[in-house]
Design a protein around this ligand. Structure first.
Ligand code: PGA
Length: 251
């Protein structure tokens, strides 16, 4: 099955309001007419509204970097699905390794967030990936399998089909070290096999799996040429419109 490529920019904790609007306009100018690839930008919460305005009329979609699973209430610092919807968000990154590493994200909270997002009509980008120690210790497959199965507990095939998976080996994030195209593809095939066990071949074949971890204009083409690499979740290189455009349209 042909899967449309999907490139998303994860701006992390970068850009002031002004910088975010400028970057969003740069992205919309560079790739906003692109229709053969899905494109999204995920700025910090405070810039979501303004970025929604900046990309209006283009094909660039808006994503958030996280969400809380509860609908409302005494959860200081958190943002709900309805709040994200109300400012025009389409996608939401869930389970990023930085959330898992620094902010206590677990497979269980990932699962709760995915369910809340789907119930609200948001499209989750679900992150999985092993650390260097886990890879060296031969635990890579077990970790990826645990994270993938954990994310999709009690989620129907129809709902799972609305998700994107991002395979992000933690050792490749922001380090300049990229998984080789073969390493990435092997992991993607491994994840797709788990999804096949969970949901059957048709659903698994339709699901997009992005690669994330030091993807840049000069390595994007080879990574994206792999059979099971269906896009990218881009950190550092998403902070310059030209670099990001170079991944959306790799030469
Ligand atoms: P990177 O980040 O492209 O800077 O490695 C990717 C990510 O963490 O989503």
């Amino acid at each position: 099955m042909a899967r449309k490529k999907f490139i998303a920019g994860n701006w992390k904790m970068n850009t002031t309001l002004e910088e975010a609007v400028a970057l969003a306009k740069g992205v919309a100018d560079a790739v906003g007419k692109q229709s053969d690839v899905d494109v999204a930008v995920c700025p910090p919460y405070i810039s979501l509204s303004a970025v929604a305005e900046a990309v209006k009329g283009s094909n660039v979609k808006l994503g958030a970097q996280d969400v809380h699973w509860e609908a409302k209430g005494a959860f200081t610092g958190k943002v709900s699905c309805a709040m994200l919807k109300s400012v025009g968000v389409t996608y939401v990154i869930i389970g990023h390794s930085e959330q898992r590493q620094y902010f206590g994200e677990t497979d269980e909270t990932v699962n709760k967030k995915i369910k809340a997002a789907l119930a609200a009509g948001l499209l989750p980008i679900v992150c999985v990936g092993e650390t260097l120690d886990e890879r060296k210790g031969g635990k890579m497959d077990a970790v990826i399998e645990r994270q993938t199965r954990g994310a999709f507990v009690d989620i129907s095939a129809g709902d799972a089909a609305k998700c994107t998976i991002a395979y992000e080996p933690v050792w490749a994030i922001g380090t300049g070290e990229t998984a080789t195209p073969q390493q990435a593809n092997e992991a993607h095939i491994f994840i797709r096999n788990i999804l096949t066990q969970l949901y059957g071949k048709e659903t698994a074949d339709g699901l997009r799996i992005q690669y994330g971890g030091s993807m840049k204009p000069d390595n994007a083409k080879e990574l994206l040429a792999q059979s099971d690499v269906d896009g990218g979740l881009i950190g550092g290189a998403a902070l310059k419109a030209g670099d990001f455009a170079g991944i959306v349209q790799p030469k």
